[in-house]
Design a protein around this ligand. Structure first.
Ligand code: ATP
Ligand code: MG
Length: 257
């Protein structure tokens, strides 16, 4: 029976989609879980593009509106073997259809260990259906002050909706003096656990150009190592880093904890 986990931030471009794609690919490839990825950003979908699928033949709107049974909206990526419910190519303004998200996604729970949900960069009336449908949320943030303010706003909004938030991913970390330190991030968010620190990594960006997630195409990069550690924490499985893990390397380099 799958856990349904949403990746949230009210800020755009922080890496929600990238984390959904790469954590999902890791849970399947590294840890052999059954994984479904779902794109709920129906106004600007791009999750499937991380797998090279630009114009999906089926999409989540078919599932939400009931024009196809939920299982018929799943695209099986031939290269990674990952199951994806893509968002529509053209923006779908009918966001009220998201009300059916919970009921529809629940129909697929028995077939997976994890259902990872990519979400739009806002939390309002339209996204209430997505929030209701997830078991818990993970916030994606960046080490800039503005990134942290937005992460705090996201956390407050999720708390208001009584959504359980398990922690935060600090993405695009470079360890620069004007960035917030991971310890500062944790205390700013009132001890919301930091599940992982993912460095800015060219190989992650490049992977999107090739349509294969970095965890599959560049398995030895620092960004990927950090995502594997992160996925092991999310799935609560033991993982011995291939090299010394990125989190411990970053701890060593920047002297936190
Ligand atoms: N750790 C990273 N290192 C390098 N590039 C990254 C990293 N994380 C994400 N990116 C790149 O940043 C860009 C934005 O990421 P992404 O689309 O995942 O953000 P998002 O939060 O989903 O944005 P939106 O809110 O618009 O949907 C993408 O080009 C992605 O490849
Ligand atoms: Mg996105």
């Amino acid at each position: 029976m799958a856990e349904v986990i949403g990746f949230f931030s009210t800020k755009g471009g922080v890496g929600k989609t990238t984390m959904t794609a790469n954590v999902g690919a890791t849970l399947k490839h590294e840890f052999d879980f059954k994984v479904l990825l779902v794109d709920t950003h129906i106004l600007g979908a791009d999750l499937a593009s991380h797998f090279g699928l630009l114009n999906p033949p089926v999409s989540i709107t078919d599932m939400l509106r009931g024009t196809l049974p939920a299982e018929k909206t799943i695209y099986k990526d031939p290269r990674t073997g990952i199951d994806i419910i893509p968002g529509p190519f053209h923006a779908d303004q009918g966001t009220s259809a998201l009300k059916t998200f919970k009921q529809k996604i629940n129909q697929l729970r028995d077939d997976y260990d994890f259902i990872l949900v990519d979400t739009p960069p806002w939390l309002g009336k339209e996204t209430a259906g997505i929030i209701k449908g997830v078991d818990y949320a993970i916030i994606v943030g960046t080490p800039a002050i503005s990134g942290m303010m937005e992460a705090k706003r996201t956390l407050d909004l999720l708390n208001k909706k009584k959504t359980k938030t398990s922690g935060m991913i600090l993405n695009f970390y470079r360890g620069l003096d004007y960035e917030l330190h991971p310890d500062e991030v944790e205390s700013f968010l009132k001890r919301l656990p930091l599940l992982g620190v993912v460095p800015e990594d060219e190989k992650i960006r490049r992977a999107l150009g090739y349509g294969v997630p970095a965890v599959v195409s560049s398995p030895t990069s620092q960004g990927v190592e950090s995502i594997i550690e992160l996925a092991s924490i999310i799935a609560d499985v033991d993982y011995i880093p291939r090299s010394r893990g990125i989190l411990s390397k970053l701890k060593g380099l920047f002297g936190f904890r």
